[in-house]
Each structure stands twice: as structure tokens, then as C-alpha cells.
Write a protein that binds this ligand. Structure first.
Ligand code: ACO
Length: 322
């Protein structure tokens, strides 16, 4: 069976780490409030010279190195972001140029926090369909640049970063082989008003800032994430106790706990990085995956579920044998 196999992972964070105490000097908040409501302790904030594409390029180089490959091996780049360097061209082409790849397919995908799941599903379909052989799939964001730093209800929740995987089409054993086994994507555009950016090229001509109704997002997140994970588990006929690792979108520790409980998943099998990275939108799933691969938790052959939910709303999950 032809499947898309993750050959290597990489990630990148900005130089500057900001803790909750530092945020409390900027807005009326406290370490106690932020940790209690979200589990977040620190986040990384892009500084001078650091952009979505520079972080994406660094993460991609590390993923290529981990895969034992060179940029010339890549014939497809799919980059998920809501914070591109420029309105156009796609940040994927900026990464492509930075890596010195002169001709390959390169484009961005916009699904906000679910962006990496959308990107890897699009890449998986293109690889299995024969449009490409080896892809870089990247989630990269600099949300700090679209935050309202005077709105304590949103600015404490997000951080910047990037994660990347090298995905390659391989002929694998139907029953035991590695690769992506099933994916499910969803969107429901009726919920724009609950989580959005209040600007854009075609409306205000400005970049805009993140606006969110946090409690409504929270409620939808737990229901939608539990549902979409159940779908991919049923697609491949496995039960929650057979899953080795869940790599969730890192929005809020309370969402992770509530979702795991709803599905009957062992919390020890859920990879958590939100305490250190905060919510990095499309970057959070590949950042958490790279963290768990490099610290030895996720091993070849493990059954891994990726899931995310974000603005739109969009929500998605994939199940793969790593
Ligand atoms: N510090 C101190 N107080 C704050 C802060 C802050 N940073 N932010 C808000 N408050 C105050 C509010 O003003 C409010 O005060 P009031 O009662 O005097 O009006 C009080 O805290 C409670 O506010 P709520 O919004 O009701 O707090 P809630 O318990 O819902 O927690 C939170 C807010 C953390 C945003 C929560 O709703 C949440 O996590 N929602 C999920 C949103 C999310 O993760 N979005 C990410 C993007 S989507 C995704 O990735 C899934």
C-alpha cells in the first residue's frame, strides 16, 4: 500500500522567551490567573529578523537533517500559516528560495490552528496521487504580530514558532506498515464571529488583530475534537487504549484534559507543550511532535493521533503509524 511516511521532524522557536511575570508588567494579569486558566507558563516571541519564513526555514533544515535528506530531495512544500511574511507570495516560496530549491510545487494553506492538519492531509493526497514524491509540510506562525497587546484576554494565550516534517510516499505493508492511515477535515464557517482577525487586504486594507470569545471557543473545541478523533479511530478500527500518543493542538491545558477525559484517553499518552510554547496556532502540532520524537517518547511503529481545532471553525485529525 502506498502511504505517506514521516521521515524526519524539526522545529524552531524565536530567541526571546517571555514568562507570565513579564506579561503582568504589560497588562493587568498574573502568573496565577494564566497558569490556572490555561496551563501556560512561557511563550517565545519573535524579535528583529525573525519571521514566519525564517522560523519555517530553520525547522525545515532540522527536519531534512533528521531525515538524512537534502533540499534537492524535496518536490513539494506545503506551509500552513495565518501569519505569512507578505500577503503574497506564499511563505512556502520564501522557504523554498531560502533552502535553494529552484523548482518544486510550493504553496500555503490557511486553516489557522488546524492548518498543519489540513497541510499534511493535502500533501498526503498529492503524494499518494503521484503529484510528488517527497514533501516538506510546515506549520509556522508569528501570532505575536497580530495580537492586541492591550487585550489581556487574548495576548497571554499565544506564542510564535515553527515545526516541519519530511513526508515521503512509500510502499508499505497494509497491516503493519508506517505512514498516515486516515485523516478527517472539517470546517463550519458560521463561527467566524467567535474567533477571527478584524482586518484583511480585501476588507479594511489592514492586517488586523486577533479577536476571540474564549468561552464559546472552549465549548466547541472539546466537542469537535472528541468527535473528529473518534472518526479517525473508527476509520482504522482501533480503540482509544490502542493509541500510543496523542499530539494535540496546544491551545489550553484545560481543553487537552477535557478532550482526553471525554474520549477515555490516558492523560499520560497526551503530549503537552502548551506550558512552554503557549498556543502557536498552525505550528503547535508539529512543534509538539518534534519535541516528543526528540525526547524519545514517540518511536517508530507507534500509533499516533494528531488533532487540531481553530478559527473558521476548522477542525481535523489524522492517525498514523510513526
Ligand atoms: N488575566 C487576568 N484576568 C483575565 C485575563 C487575564 N489574562 N483575561 C481575562 N480575564 C478576566 C476577564 O476579564 C473576566 O473578568 P470579569 O469576570 O471581571 O469580566 C474573567 O477573567 C473571566 O474571563 P473568562 O473569559 O470568562 O475566562 P475563562 O475562564 O473563559 O478563561 C480563556 C478564558 C482562558 C480564554 C478560556 O476561555 C479559553 O481557554 N478558551 C479557549 C480559547 C482558546 O484556546 N483559543 C485559542 C484559539 S482556538 C484554538 O486554538 C482551539
Amino acid at each position: 500500500t502506498l502511504r505517506s511516511v514521516i521521515m524526519g521532524t524539526g522545529s524552531a522557536l524565536p530567541r526571546r522567551c517571555v514568562d507570565n511575570a513579564e506579561l503582568a508588567t504589560m497588562v493587568d494579569t498574573s502568573d496565577e490567573w494564566i497558569v490556572g486558566r490555561t496551563g501556560i507558563r512561557t511563550r517565545y516571541i519573535a524579535g528583529e529578523g525573525e519571521t514566519t519564513s525564517t522560523l519555517a526555514t530553520e525547522a525545515s533544515r532540522k527536519a531534512l537533517e533528521a531525515a538524512g535528506m537534502v533540499p534537492g530531495d524535496i518536490d513539494l512544500i506545503v506551509l500552513a500559516t495565518a501569519t505569512p511574511d507578505q500577503t503574497f507570495p506564499a511563505s512556502a516560496t520564501i522557504v523554498q528560495a531560502a533552502l535553494g530549491i529552484n523548482d518544486c510545487v510550493a504553496f500555503d494553506v490557511a486553516a489557522v490552528c488546524s492548518g498543519f492538519l489540513y497541510a499534511i492531509t493535502v500533501a498526503d493526497n498529492m503524494l499518494r496521487g503521484g503529484a510528488a514524491k517527497t514533501a516538506l509540510v510546515i506549520g509556522a506562525e508569528t501570532f505575536s504580530r497580530i495580537l492586541d497587546w492591550e487585550d489581556r484576554a487574548t495576548c497571554v494565550l499565544f506564542g510564535d514558532g515553527a515545526g516541519a516534517v519530511v513526508l515521503q510516499a512509500q510502499d508499505t505493508d497494509e497491516a503493519t506498515g508506517r505512514g498516515i492511515l486516515a485523516s478527517r477535515l472539517h470546517a463550519d464557517g458560521r463561527h467566524n464571529g467567535l474567533l477571527n482577525v478584524d482586518g484583511g487586504p480585501s476588507t479594511t486594507g489592514t492586517v488586523g488583530k486577533v479577536r476571540m470569545k474564549g468561552q464559546d471557543v472552549f465549548r466547541h473545541a472539546v466537542v469537535n475534537l472528541a468527535q473528529v478523533m473518534r472518526e479517525v479511530l473508527e476509520d482504522v478500527g482501533v480503540t482509544p487504549d490502542q493509541v500510543d500518543w496523542v499530539i494535540p493542538h496546544q491551545a489550553n491545558a484545560r481543553i487537552l484534559d477535557a478532550t482526553a477525559r471525554k474520549l477515555g484517553l490516558d492523560p499520560a499518552r497526551v503530549v503537552v507543550t502548551v506550558d512552554r510554547h503557549a498556543n502557536t496556532s498552525a505550528a503547535s502540532v508539529p512543534l509538539a511532535l518534534d519535541t516528543a520524537v526528540r525526547d524519545g517518547r514517540v518511536k517508530q511503529g507507534d500509533l499516533v493521533v494528531l488533532e487540531a481545532m481553530g478559527g473558521g471553525f476548522t477542525w481535523a485529525a489524522s492517525i498514523l503509524r510513526y
